[in-house]
Design a protein around this ligand. Structure first.
Ligand code: NAD
Ligand code: IPM
Ligand code: MN
Length: 361
């Protein structure tokens, strides 16, 4: 198959991890006789520096014309004091909105060999396997007004949703649960927020359409606690944009590192942008230390969701698993008795495993 992939490396470790994922995609293309062509475009701080805007028109156009998009990360201290419209993060929010990527799937599945890398007890983390379905183009991130008033004496952000926006993400949650362990936890703050009360209503209205899925409502504060005390109680979590952002970083602790969590940001027709959950990690950027697995596993999600390449996706996931089994890991993972290596080296090992795959089939 021939596919045109837009790469948006962005800032900080975004460049390093995207380069790793591209090498892995190339190895897969070679093994399975596909042709992946790449077009690299600017986003975030890098785009501000080069074009004076975090989301250049050319980037938007290229993404719309592509078969799928792979993004690294945006942001960094260099742009932290910029006015809101000139922040790297605005580029990321802008491309999600422009492409209509309302459904952000964030699977949190621990690799067996990393059980001990989590600061949580082995028996708590063991067998945890959950999926966060995060609403991505509405809620607190996109409501208007959002501004400083009276010269900064007061300030407002707005949490707004159309009922239809809640309905479509809730349906995604139900659909995901119905092909997994059939348990959906809807996370909200319905004891305080009007938007959450409507969210709960919508979940209850849609529930009868999925009779084999059990539904539970949970307040976000309690969910934050349960996520790290009883993670195996969860199957699919569906939640508002900002709640999903916060809970997914927290959930990464189950896997041993934020550097392990991939994600897919999808439109209704299946078009997707794939991105690690983590950010640009300015503290380790440019040093060859970043864990590329979140992005490599995001590339695997691209193959599965956008290109229907199941075997190819599994080959990547198995290769990552094998490399971890051999004890190789990057410095963010607290692995005992393993061998700590850098971004490039661990990517080399993954590629070796992929090249070996036909021999081991
Ligand atoms: P971060 O996710 O960049 O880093 C948090 C911590 O995790 C850091 O200690 C970092 O070194 C570590 N870490 C993250 N990813 C790693 C990886 N792959 N390998 C090894 N260690 C990793 O969050 P932050 O420091 O709060 O934010 C830094 C910048 O990134 C900010 O500008 C923020 O806005 C941006 N950000 C962007 C995205 C995105 O582009 N999707 C996501 C989150 C944060
Ligand atoms: C993420 C990030 C972004 C978000 C920021 C950088 C806008 O934290 O992808 O999780 O909050 O969506
Ligand atoms: Mn985040």
């Amino acid at each position: 198959m021939k596919k045109n992939i837009v790469l948006l490396p962005g800032d900080g470790i975004g460049e390093e991890v995207t380069a790793s994922a591209q090498r892995v995609l190339d190895a897969v293309a070679h093994q399975f006789n596909h042709t992946f062509t790449y077009q690299t475009e600017a986003i975030g701080g890098a785009a501000i520096d080069e074009f004076g805007t975090p989301l250049p028109e050319a980037t938007e156009k290229a993404c719309h014309a592509s078969d799928a998009v792979l993004l690294g990360a945006v942001g960094g201290p260099k742009w932290d004091e910029n006015p809101s419209h000139l922040r790297p993060e605005k580029g990321l929010l802008g491309i999600r909105k422009s492409l209509g990527l309302f459904a952000n799937l964030r699977p949190v599945q621990g690799f067996a060999e990393l059980l001990h890398a989590s600061p949580l007890k082995h028996e708590v983390v063991n067998d945890s396997d959950l999926l966060i379905v995060r609403e991505l183009t509405g809620g607190l991130y996109f409501g208007t007004p959002s501004e400083r008033r009276d010269d900064g004496a007061s300030v407002v952000d707005t949490l707004a949703y159309e009922r239809s926006e809640i309905e479509r993400i809730v349906r995604k949650g139900f659909e995901a649960a119905s092909v997994r362990r059939k348990h959906l936890t809807s996370v909200d703050k319905a004891n305080v927020l009007e938007s959450s009360k409507v969210w709960r209503e919508v979940v209850n209205e849609i529930a009868p359409e999925y009779p084999d899925v059990t539904v539970e409502h949970m307040l976000v504060d309690a969910a934050a606690m349960k996520l790290i005390t009883a993670p195996t109680d969860f199957d699919v979590i569906v939640t508002e944009n900002m709640f999903g952002d916060i809970l997914s970083d927290e959930a990464s602790v189950l896997t041993g590192s934020l550097g392990m969590l991939p994600s897919a940001s999808l439109r209704e027709d299946g078009f997707g942008l794939y991105e690690p959950v983590h950010g640009s990690a300015p503290d380790i950027a440019g040093q060859g230390l970043a864990n590329p697995f979140a992005t490599i596993l995001s590339a695997a999600m691209m193959l599965r969701y956008s290109f229907a390449m199941q075997k190819e996706a599994e080959t990547i996931e198995k290769a990552v698993d094998s490399v971890l089994k051999q004890g190789y890991h990057t410095g963010d993972l607290n692995v005992k008795n393993g061998q700590k290596v850098g971004t490039k080296e661990i990517t080399d090992y993954v590629i070796e495993m992929i090249e070996d795959h036909s021999a081991t089939e």
